[in-house]
Design a protein around this ligand. Sequence first.
Ligand SMILES: CC(C)(COP(=O)(O)OP(=O)(O)OC[C@H]1O[C@@H](n2cnc3c(N)ncnc32)[C@H](O)[C@@H]1OP(=O)(O)O)[C@@H](O)C(=O)NCCC(=O)NCCS
Length: 362
Amino acid sequence: MKDILPELNGKDYIQDLAADYDIHFCQEDEVDELIDFIHKHWRANHIFVLSRALLDWQHHDAQNKRYNFVMARHRASGEIHSILGFIPTNQFDPSIEAIQIWPCIWKSREDISVKGLGASLYYYLKTHIKIETIAALGNTEVALGIYKHWNFSTGKIEQYYLPNTCATEILSSHMKKIPLVDGSDEGWEIKPLTLDRYKMVDSQHKIFRCISKYKSKAYYINRYFNHPIYKYLFYAIMKNHSIESILVMRECGNGSSNCLRIVDYLGDLDNLCHIKYDLQQLMLKHNYEYIDFVVIGIVPGTLEKAGFVYRKDTPDTIIPNYFEPFQKENVDLDYAFKSVDPKAEVLFYKADADQDRPNLLP
Ligand SMILES: CC(C)(COP(=O)(O)OP(=O)(O)OC[C@H]1O[C@@H](n2cnc3c(N)ncnc32)[C@H](O)[C@@H]1OP(=O)(O)O)[C@@H](O)C(=O)NCCC(=O)NCCS
């Protein structure tokens, strides 16, 4: 397989650093030091400091008895100077063969100024795991600069919403008014999907042919149904009582008002245009202020056909992204993408990478 980061080959600093640093995957007995590093050098009281269960669920690699973090330990002082966290999609289904990773926390200590220390962690990662695709969401400016320097494609993720025209705007501002439709398209409806019912969907079903090769039927169980903190809602889009697509959603709010966020999707996105009535009824029933869909890589116009509005269509519209704590502001997340598979597509949903990760304890 082609080398995903040839840009790092032949860098003198990578060879030179080996004398001073032991670079390796975080071992199980190093996890307390990892948590301490996150607390002191990334964010005090980061959720991984508060919830070992969440850290383990997202990063513990039980098969290899290690954590999906690369770390640089300074040989002289014994201290950790830099870390790189990543989530391979096979974290949620070890049988997924092609490797896509989502990097997350990437940080060198600010009081340590060693050229290329963070880059060396990536070098270690790509020489120890056969990575086919790297996709990062919600990058800092410096990370985005480095990813561009390493020839990633980059851009902004898009946000669409379906307003509940009957709700008062609390979380959002200046949504477009969309009239209620009278009924659903004939034969089409949405139905809540339980884990048991999901398990009964044939793994050869056409919905699984529309998903990325880095996900699988079991991936959705472990990523969503088995989440240690969040409760995800699965809804099947049905035509004449048979499943055509699946929506993965999560309720978010500020304590007084709620919305529903589509965080993943299985199946043909064109099916969304048949269920506008059902989504409007769902919002009315639960008093959701709106439903939003954060996504990149879909055919232009697909969501508009389903009644969704592109958030940037009107300059005053605010559809927030952060709820823990709630921040009433638009957020345009950056993405970076690189693959050695020429056929790999940029198609990200809200819950890819660690963007749909709890930030506060419930
Ligand atoms: C991200 C981080 C770990 C990278 O550390 P590092 O590898 O030691 O960074 P360096 O400055 O030595 O740069 C590594 C490479 O990227 C390049 N680079 C660094 N900053 C860059 C930028 N803003 N734009 C373009 N290229 C950049 C360097 O030139 C170097 O490439 P080269 O070897 O071809 O010259 C470190 O900057 C950091 O801790 N930043 C703060 C936390 C953060 O923003 N993390 C990202 C989270 S998404």
